[in-house]
Design a protein around this ligand. Structure first.
Ligand code: ZN
Length: 559
């Protein structure tokens, strides 16, 4: 069924609550483990219905944030979401405290129970009101960002469309686009400061109600990190600072020479290759055709996957006013249908949608029948981003069909870019730790922290008098900071795993695909560290691994 034709069903909360309570009591009153498992099936049906409605509503809302019906539905989910979360937590509690737990763990999976334990640490009835408040503020941010108009050379653009010009081969164009970004965002800086301040405060309040010192610990539980904690992440950041930042600094300065630039400026941030970033050689339709051919050639599973996506029109990729500005992949559980949203802007980012977001969708397709997919999805976000970032490398042999004779440039660019982004990602992570450890900072103090982090992790950044960016506002356009605290580091961790797959591919493509397939198909059914081991990947959260994983890549880059 086409995604646009999938019927939307409003979920009345009272009805949901009644059924959920029935399930919870059923679990509690079960006489044996098998009875609990029967109730689990009923629970799964309930959750499938709920998540299908919620995701369909979100898809339709994000495609048009001015659609009155779905704006209302989306607000409704913001409102009932925390209460539903609480009911799910009560169900988890019933399972965790079941007298048959040992047998259940054996029949289901110990990993599932680990996830439930972590979920329980992030939820309590006393924070429901705060969660509703948090959702409202997050929506306020999304609406504000979607409503922003950037007037560039007589055209009114969304931020995503403007960002297409950040990659122009003409330096003046890039500079002008950044000036427009700074000027427009500067007009919203107080509003953004206020939104972020309220988010930090409400998140801190929830953490304290749950007995944590600050939001950091709660943030980790929310990310469902069952294998590692903030000390491991700190070690990782330290290793990035030691092993990657100097290399990126070197790459940047060599790059400046190649580009004929005497002083590297922020508006040179997205251009690596002289003559500009390779752009797709065709239009949207060509990109879709090339993607179809590529996934057919790659493997039988990926062929079945892309056919399902195209047949059901599970893509929305045009950049439009009122459309949510980012990109994501989600699933519609009832129909076992992944869906991708993106904002094409004519740059290489458009192809990334077919290689990155499609990697998420491919994984969702593979685990649709996995018996834990509903409860633990594809695992942690570091695992999810490994699926997608590795797919970017899997697509390398077919890039000619997207970029024509610029394909080789694109490959080089992609590898360099992937390395160069890591310090920013790690910087964002450190920023969030410092913000939530000191929740009473003023907006100016927060911006000063950002400037300091930039000088540590990205000492090459200069803003050429762009007031908004000079004052430390760069992070405000990063939606993850507002929407998904502590998510960003997962991209850095996953990038290294993807690089290691890339190295594996060059040694033995078939063995590498087997490992990759194993990873995708497992979803969250095993812990992250366990998955790494199964796929012969290093654990970059441990000392030294960052260097080891990257040495073949540095060699290729000649640094
Ligand atoms: Zn992703």
């Amino acid at each position: 069924m086409k995604v646009s034709e999938m019927p939307y069903e409003h979920i009345p909360f009272d009805e949901f609550e009644k059924s959920a309570i029935e399930v919870i009591n059923g679990v509690k009153n079960s006489k044996n483990a098998d009875e609990v498992l029967e109730w689990r099936e009923k629970y799964r049906e309930l959750v499938i219905r709920y998540s299908t409605a919620m995701n369909l509503s979100y898809i339709r809302y994000s495609c048009n944030t001015a659609d009155e019906f779905y704006v209302k539905e989306n607000d409704y989910f913001d409102e009932i979401g925390p209460q539903v979360g609480n009911l799910m937590n009560m169900y988890n509690d019933a399972l965790l405290n079941s007298p048959f737990r040992a047998e259940l763990e054996e029949k289901l999976s110990p990993v599932l129970f680990k996830h439930m334990e972590v979920q329980a640490k992030a939820m309590s009835p006393e924070i429901i009101e705060d969660m509703i408040e948090e959702n409202k503020i997050v929506s306020e941010y999304s609406k504000l960002m979607a409503s922003m108009e950037f007037e560039f050379r007589g055209e009114k653009l969304s931020r995503a469309a403007l960002a297409g010009y950040f990659k122009s081969d003409d330096r003046e164009t890039r500079k002008e686009a950044y000036t427009v970004l700074g000027t427009v965002m500067n007009g919203y800086t107080e509003q953004l400061d206020d939104i972020y301040d309220r988010l930090v405060k409400v998140r801190t309040k929830m953490a304290q109600k749950l007995g944590y010192k600050n939001f950091v610990e709660l943030g980790y539980y929310r990310m469902e990190r069952v294998c590692y904690d903030k000390n491991d992440v700190e070690t990782f950041r330290k290793n990035v600072l030691e092993s990657i930042v100097p290399v990126v600094a070197k790459l940047r300065s060599e790059n400046a020479k190649d580009l004929g630039i005497d002083k590297y400026m922020i508006y040179d941030n997205d251009v690596i290759i002289p003559g500009g970033d390779p752009r797709p050689s065709g239009n949207k339709e060509d990109i879709f055709n090339a993607a179809k051919e590529m996934y057919h050639a790659m493997s039988d599973e990926s062929a079945a996957f892309i056919d399902l996506m195209l047949e059901n029109e599970a893509f929305d990729v045009e950049s439009r006013k009122n459309k949510w500005g980012g990109g994501y992949c989600t699933e519609i559980a009832k129909y076992k249908q992944p869906f991708i949203l993106a904002n094409f802007n004519g740059s290489a980012d458009d192809v990334d949608v077919m290689t990155h977001e499609a990697g998420h969708a491919f994984n969702a397709f593979l685990i649709a029948d996995n018996k834990f997919a509903l409860e633990i999805g594809c695992g942690g976000m570091e695992t999810a981003e490994t699926h997608s970032m590795s797919m970017e490398f899997w697509t390398f042999p077919w890039l000619e069909s997207f970029f024509g004779d610029k394909a080789e440039e694109y490959r080089k660019n992609h590898i360099a870019n992937a390395i160069m982004r890591i310090p920013y990602r790690v910087g964002i992570d450190e920023f969030q730790h410092r913000i939530y450890q000191n929740p009473d900072m003023t907006p100016m103090e927060r911006k000063a922290v950002w400037r300091e982090i930039e000088s540590t992790y990205m000492p090459w950044r200069t803003y050429d008098g762009n007031e908004f960016l000079e004052q430390g506002g760069y992070w405000m356009q990063n939606q993850h900071i507002f929407l998904y605290p502590f998510y960003f580091i997962d991209y850095a961790i996953a990038q290294l795993a993807a690089f290691e797959f890339y190295t594996q591919m060059r040694i033995d493509r078939k063995a590498a695909w087997d490992n990759y397939y194993k990873l995708c198909q497992a979803g969250g059914s095993a812990g992250y560290f366990q998955l790494l081991e199964r796929c012969n990947l290093h654990n970059v959260l441990q000392e030294d691994s960052v260097k080891k994983v990257l040495s073949p890549i540095f060699e290729e880059l000649g640094v």
